[in-house]
Write a protein that binds this ligand. Sequence first.
Ligand code: AMP
Ligand code: MG
Length: 337
Amino acid sequence: MNTKLLTQNDIDQAAAILKNGGLVGIPTETVYGLGANGLDPEAVGRIFAAKGRPQDNPLILHVPSADWLERWCVDVPETAYVLAERFWPGPLTVILKRGPAVPDVVTAGLDTVGMRCPDHPVTRAIIRAAGVPVAAPSGNTSGRPSPTTAAHMLEDMDGKIDAIVDGGPCAVGVESAIIDLTVDPPRLLRPGGVTLEQLREALGDVAVDAAVVRPMGAGERPRAPGMKYRHYAPRAPVTVVTGEPEKSAAYIAAHAQAGDGVICFDEFAGRFPGKTVERLGPSHDKGEQARRVFDALRAFDSTSVPAIWAQCPDPAGIGLAVANRLNKAAGFHIVEA
Ligand code: AMP
Ligand code: MG
C-alpha cells in the first residue's frame, strides 16, 4: 500500500478514506493517532494489524464535541460534562459506560469506552466530515515511542496505512490523561496533558491507579488491558534516574559507559563527554519535556547506543506524565540518585 501524505487542506479526502474503511494518521495536540471509522469493526481491526497491537488493548473514540457522548455512551454522569466543559477540546479521555452501537473490537470487550475530544481543528473537522466517531490509538508500532510528528508516524506506518495528515508537531507531546468516571471516586488510569492537580480541582477526590506509578505485579488484573503492556520503548534498554537534577546528572555521569545514550535536562548537556546526548528541555520546563520525551527516546534508534540513561522530572503537574512515559520505556527500571 502506498501511504499518502495529506495536508491540512485535505479534510474531505481524509474523511472519505475513513468512511470507506481505511486508516488515516491524524494530528492531535497530544500525539499522532491512527484513526479508523469507530463504528466499522473491520476498519478498526486494521488498526490492530497495522500497529501489531494486542487485541485486548482497547482504543479511544474521538468526537468533535461533548454533545456526541450520549450517542455512543449510556448513563453519562454529570462529572463527564464538568470535565468536558473545563478541558475539552483537550488532552483528557473519560471512561464511560458504552452504548450498544460501539463495536466490541473498540473496547476489547469491556462494558466501558474511552471518549476524547482532541484539540486539533483539522482532526475535529475530519471527524465531523466523516460523521462517525473515530477510533484511534497512538500512531506508533505497538510498544514503540508515540509519534509527535507526521515524519515519525511515517517511520512506523509507511506502506501499512492509507494516509497521514500532516498537522504539524504536537503541542502537548504526551498522550491524554485517562480518567475512569464509572467508579467512585473517579480514578486516573493514565497521567497526561490534563494534570492530576487540575482533575482534583474540578472533581475533588480522584484516585490514582497503582499502574501509573509502578509495574503490574504478576497475576494482577489490570483495570484497563493496555496497562499490562511494555510501552514507549526504544531499542536499547533504559534506566531512569530520579532525584534532584544535580544529583541525577552526577549519578549518570558516574555510571554511564562510553558510547551510552543519555537523556538529560538542557543545563546538563555538557556533562556527558563520550556519550550520545538527547536534551529533554530545561529542568524547570516540564511542558517542553513532555513535547520532547518521545522524540528523545526515538532518536536513539538511529544510533547503536547499547544503553540509555534518563534524568526524570518530579511528579508535580505534567511531570507525572513525563515520568510515567520514561518509567514505562524503562520497564520501571528506576534508580534514585
Ligand atoms: P493508546 O493511547 O495508544 O495507548 O491507546 C488508548 C489507551 O486508552 C490504552 O492505553 C487503553 O488501555 C486505554 N483505554 C481505552 N479504552 C479504555 C477503557 N474502556 N477502559 C480503560 N482504558 C481504556
Ligand atoms: Mg499508544
